[in-house]
Write a protein that binds this ligand. Structure first.
Ligand SMILES: C[S@@+](CC[C@H](N)C(=O)[O-])C[C@H]1O[C@@H](n2cnc3c(N)ncnc32)[C@H](O)[C@@H]1O
Length: 318
């Protein structure tokens, strides 16, 4: 297989083409070509990444892509969303049991009529939400497998296929009407499991990634978007908000990691889409290379506003 530079990478395992196991708001699949063409020359030339770090992993579209095309020695993936992290850890530790759970959910769901499916969906959703206060999110145990299966089930069968939580952490998306949803994607679960080898998955704030970063690291930041409009609330991936102060905190963190000599690449929404005079990110990242690329924003709730917009890509290397 060739990477972008024509460098041949050996296919020693079957990690190729693993896709995100969750449909996630802000998923970066459509930005992958823009990001890849801006990888450091050294990485493109050698086909190797010593340490890959993603402080806001979400669905992990870029991680899975890189993992299938580059030789990555170690990866560290962070996210503050504890439900998502449960999913990653179960995919890493217990893929077969997860497949068994999802298989049962799929068979039970698919064989029902529309009204029964709806009932089944809300039963799972109620059960999922009722566990929040008593669930052990700290210590990995077999209950994590069922919870991850429910999260994936809800993601596959809910309206618009997203994962949205309210302030209390409850999953609050209504039932969707997919005719034949793929609830148990056995093949992809197996690929994701392989892609997660040599990977540490950590639930926490982005700043906790600092200790893993050195001058052999590539860090890709994809923080929650700064809302395009004052009314838009699409930064709510989890019950925690990501406000302008967090964007500022992140830019300070970026400067701190820059001093460590790591390669840093960051994507974000461009506030100039709405207000051409908004220099928020231009000011925060003025010491770095800022580019604006075309992107299709798919998380806007208003379909009319889902057209081409600009996205920022910010690098600390030529
Ligand atoms: C834009 S999404 C990442 C999307 C991802 N690149 C993808 O392809 O799916 C941002 C992620 O940051 C996470 N997040 C929000 N606040 C955070 C924080 N303070 N530290 C770490 N992760 C955070 C959210 O849970 C969400 O998964």
């Amino acid at each position: 297989m060739n990477n972008t530079s024509g460098h041949t990478i050996k296919s020693e395992d079957n990690t190729f083409f693993a896709k995100p196991f969750m449909k996630w708001a802000g998923g970066k699949s459509q930005l992958i070509p823009e990001l890849t063409s801006r990888l450091p020359k050294e990485i493109i030339d050698t086909g190797k990444i010593d340490t890959y770090i993603e402080p806001f992993v979400g669905g992990g579209a870029f991680f899975f892509y890189l993992k299938s095309r580059f030789q990555i020695n170690n990866s560290y993936l962070f996210d503050i969303n504890r439900e998502l992290i449960i999913g990653y850890k179960v995919l890493q530790n217990d893929p077969k049991e997860l497949i068994n759970h999802l298989n049962i959910l799929e068979i039970e769901y698919i064989n029902k009529n529309e009204e029964e499916r709806k009932q089944y969906y809300y039963n799972i959703r109620d059960r999922y939400n009722s566990q929040i206060n008593s669930f052990d999110y700290i210590k990995y145990n077999t209950n994590w497998i069922e919870r991850a299966s429910h999260m994936i089930f809800l993601n596959r069968t809910c309206f618009n296929g997203l994962f949205r939580q309210n302030k209390n952490g409850e999953f609050n998306v209504p039932h969707g009407r997919y005719k034949n949803p793929r609830i148990c994607d056995k093949e992809n679960i197996t690929k994701v499991n392989l892609a997660l080898k040599n990977t540490e998955i950590i639930c926490g704030d982005f700043s906790e990634s600092s200790k893993y970063v050195n001058n052999n690291s590539l860090v890709y930041f994809d923080p929650p978007y700064r809302p395009l409009t004052k009314t838009s609330s699409f930064t709510s991936y989890s019950k925690e908000e990501f406000i302008d102060n967090d964007q500022i905190r992140l830019s300070e963190f970026y400067k701190e990691l820059n001093k460590k000599g790591a390669y840093l690449i960051l994507s974000n929404s461009d506030p100039k889409n709405e207000d051409p005079n908004d220099d928020f990110f231009d000011n925060l990242y003025k010491d770095f290379i800022i580019e604006r690329v075309n992107a299709k924003r798919i998380i806007n709730c208003d379909p009319k506003k889902r057209g081409e917009i600009k996205e920022l890509i910010i690098r600390n290397y030529p």
